[in-house]
Design a protein around this ligand. Structure first.
Ligand SMILES: [Zn+2]
Ligand SMILES: [Zn+2]
Length: 384
């Protein structure tokens, strides 16, 4: 392990390895944030801290007025034990940068190095290091922070690395890019009884089964609409492990996933009404709660056109996705009022998937990402 922290002027590979060694969980990214703040000051940026927790923004200004372009990356790592790798293995047990956010931060560090050497002509570049992306909390918390008003962008870009696609391949899609998703928790309450006399109680067992079947079939009702609608059952519990007792309560949990926020609203309403009617049929009490809500990422055609142009300029192939990614992202919250687009950069076909204990952001992907982001910034802020 290397205890001396590198300076921003160091090779980007070294910076990524330094970030990889010291991963922090969502909402706890204090040391990572402090490290980045130091590097951004070194680059001559104005640093805004405390954005939605440990989030921070680095502002680089051009001499003339102009639009504000924000590039966003994520600070957080995952509660997963990684398989050891070179001398950049995680120093923290049960925490690892297995989504490649260490690489995403390194892209923006590379942009900062280049902006320090050659400032933009006009406008402002804001490098946003967002906290708590993995829990879906971070972007909302950043937007709620008062200081966000002062850095609200006109154009906003983010990129996620994507194992399974060729290294350096850019993927874009107009409109839906990643799905909306949310966790549904259905709690049923009846009355427990002696297992020898279940007729004296009200067991939620049958309603629970009907709700599980009904929720699984629910997406078929939306088959005519465009775009994806999915319900995945993730957990269920009935009563207690007690052979003398007929159960009096049950819980069913499912994840709902759709391509658009409107479709999510419709699917969620249908799911609640199905659960309520099954509970009523068996005279059960019912409570429905929601958690882990993500909005869909909706890409602006104008911002996407810029990405396609810059990809061609820097010589990266650009692939048009036929379908939105099924996974969710909280990026959509940041880009509601501006031209925002998220794209992916292929990390290599033979790599394990994101969140896999063996996943490691490929160092060969650092420079292509820096070139793309720098190209986006200069497109908007170095032109006439
Ligand atoms: Zn992730
Ligand atoms: Zn990620």
């Amino acid at each position: 392990m290397n205890n001396t922290l590198p300076l921003l002027g160091t090779e980007l590979i070294e910076l990524r390895h330094a970030l990889h060694r010291a991963p922090e969980l969502s909402g706890q990214e204090e040391a990572t944030s402090a490290l980045i703040a130091g590097w951004m000051e070194e680059a001559g940026a104005e640093v805004v801290t405390g954005l939605g927790g440990h989030g921070l923004a680095a502002i680089f200004r051009g001499a003339a007025p102009g639009p504000r372009v924000m590039l966003r990356c994520e600070l957080d790592a995952l509660p997963i034990d990684e398989v050891p790798r070179g001398d950049w293995s995680s120093c923290h047990q049960h925490v690892g940068h297995l989504c490649g956010h260490d690489g995403h931060m390194t892209w923006l560090l590379g942009v900062a190095q280049r902006l320090a050497r050659r400032p933009v002509a006009r406008g402002e570049v804001v490098l946003l290091f967002q906290p708590a992306e993995e829990t879906g909390e971070g972007a909302r918390a950043v937007v709620r922070t008062k200081a966000f008003e002062t850095i609200k962008p006109d154009f906003l870009y983010a990129c996620h690395n994507l194992p399974g696609r060729p290294l350096g391949e850019v993927s874009v899609r107009d409109d839906a890019f990643t799905c909306a998703s949310r966790g549904m928790i259905v709690r049923l309450s009846g009355l427990c009884a002696h297992a020898a006399h279940p007729e004296n109680g009200r067991s939620p067992a049958m309603a629970m089964c009907r709700i599980m079947q009904g929720l699984s079939r629910l997406p078929l009702q939306f088959a005519d609409e465009t775009g994806l609608a999915m319900v995945t059952l993730v957990h269920a519990r009935l009563g207690e492990v007690a052979f003398g007792t007929a159960p009096g309560d049950a819980e069913v949990m499912a994840t709902l996933r759709t391509e658009s926020n409107d479709m999510m609203k419709a699917l969620a309403e249908a799911a609640v009404s199905l659960a309520r009617s099954e509970a009523e049929e068996d005279h059960l009490g019912i409570e429905v709660d929601w958690c882990d809500a993500f909005e869909a990422t909706w890409n602006s055609a104008e911002a996407n056109a810029v990405i396609r142009g810059v990809a061609a300029q820097v010589g990266q192939p650009c692939h048009e996705l036929d379908q939105a990614h099924r996974w969710s992202e909280d990026f959509g919250v940041l880009g509601r009022e501006c031209h925002a687009a998220m794209f992916t950069l292929g990390a290599g076909e033979a790599l394990p998937g994101l969140h896999h204990p063996r996943y490691d952001f490929p160092d060969d992907l650092i420079l292509p990402g820096v070139a793309l982001f720098e190209g986006l910034v200069r497109h908007h802020l170095n032109g006439a």
